[in-house]
Design a binder for this molecule. Structure first.
Ligand code: NAD
Ligand code: UDP
Length: 317
């Protein structure tokens, strides 16, 4: 039995990861400051004898004995990470140093949840891991993008200086049950707007693209990356199916059966025009590729939000 630390474990991705690790027999310590995560996401795990939930902010040092660290702590939605940009930067820098220090002391392997945002508004399409990116260092997204870029640099240098085993994954837009309905991300917004009969808010003309990966596929990729011995990455994980936001809106309307209209809003500054992962490396090195297509994943996510709405969760979008 391995002892595994999951930071950000009460968040969307973290809670699914904790579940998977427990299912295969590991001991899981879930650390979270509950900024965007919720106890409800892991409530079904708290009775488990191999699960421990710790309220802690990774910007402060942490002393635990573990074999592996999945570092997922960091707000992921633009609305959440721009709420307190300095805190977002501290989480990806000071927090990253703390988690690398912990891993170094324990001789644990550390996987860093990096992001497609390291490519910024990309000039290369689809994005390969050797592309250096096109990031505005002073824009509204920079607290997140630059923080994650520094986090990757820290990982690499801890590996070089201290022989630490690191694994870097660049996660592309991922969605599914337990995404906070009020987090402002496009899939949670569109589905909840459709279910409530409100207009779907399409930013700009809706021709910008994203590629959406269902959560179970992504978690499978994270675990494969952590457990292999051949590469420290970086490796892109995402679903290469690429859709415009207008295409996404019409899929959501069709699958929910909603009569909501579409309302255009202004495009946020520095919103990337297009995003699509080249997953050749993940296929070759991890034997990984996503299995769940967008319609199937959306149906599962719609079912989750329907259930939340019938339970009376009507938090403002
Ligand atoms: P999320 O906001 O649901 O989860 C992040 C979790 O980290 C939350 O539980 C939050 O409370 C916790 N957290 C934030 N700051 C913390 C701190 N200082 N100390 C302790 N806990 C802290 O987001 P998510 O979608 O689950 O994303 C998880 C990770 O994956 C993030 O690092 C994010 O950058 C990365 N990622 C996600 C996506 C995606 O599409 N979901 C894409 C790219 C990268
Ligand atoms: N978006 C939108 N309507 C919304 C929320 C987002 O059209 O209600 C757009 C946003 O401008 C971006 C895309 O959807 O082009 C994905 O946004 P999200 O916040 O989900 O993630 P991002 O990939 O931008 O970090």
């Amino acid at each position: 039995m391995r002892s595994i630390l999951v930071t950000g474990g009460a968040g969307f991705l973290g809670s699914h990861l904790c579940e998977q690790l427990l299912d295969r027999g590991d001991e899981v310590i879930c650390v979270d400051n509950f900024f965007t995560g919720r106890k409800a996401n892991v409530a079904h795990l708290t009775h488990h004898s191999r699960f421990e939930l710790v309220r802690h902010d990774i910007v402060r040092p942490l002393f635990l004995e573990v074999d592996q660290v999945y570092n997922l702590a960091c707000p992921a939605s633009p609305q959440a990470y721009q709420y307190n940009p300095i805190k977002t930067i501290k989480t990806s820098t000071v927090g990253m140093v703390n988690m690398l220090g912990l891993a170094k002391r324990c001789k644990a392997r550390l996987l860093q949840a990096s992001t497609s945002e390291v490519y910024g508004d990309p000039l290369v399409h689809p994005q390969t891991e050797d592309y250096w990116g096109h990031v505005n260092p002073l824009g509204p997204r920079s607290c997140y993008d630059e923080g994650k870029r520094v986090a990757e640099t820290l990982c690499l240098n801890y590996q070089l200086a201290h022989d630490l085993e690191v694994r870097i994954v660049r996660i592309f837009n991922t969605y599914g049950p337990r995404m906070d309905p009020g987090d402002g991300r496009v899939i949670s917004n569109f589905i909840n707007q459709a279910l409530r009969g409100e207009p779907l808010t399409v930013f700009g003309d809706g021709s910008q693209t994203r590629s959406f990966c269902f959560v179970t596929d992504l978690i499978d990729g994270l675990i494969r990356m952590m457990d292999q011995n051949d590469t420290s990455g970086p490796i892109n994980l995402g679903n290469p199916g690429e859709f415009t936001m207008l295409e996404l809106a019409s899929q959501v309307l069709r699958l929910t059966g909603s009569r909501s209209t579409i309302e255009h809003r202004s495009l946020p500054a520095d919103d990337p025009r297009q995003r699509c992962p080249d997953i050749t490396r993940a296929k070759t090195l991890l034997g990984w590729s996503p299995r769940i297509d967008l319609a199937t994943g959306l149906e599962k996510t719609i079912a989750y939000y329907r259930q939340l709405l019938t339970q009376g969760n009507n938090s403002p979008l």
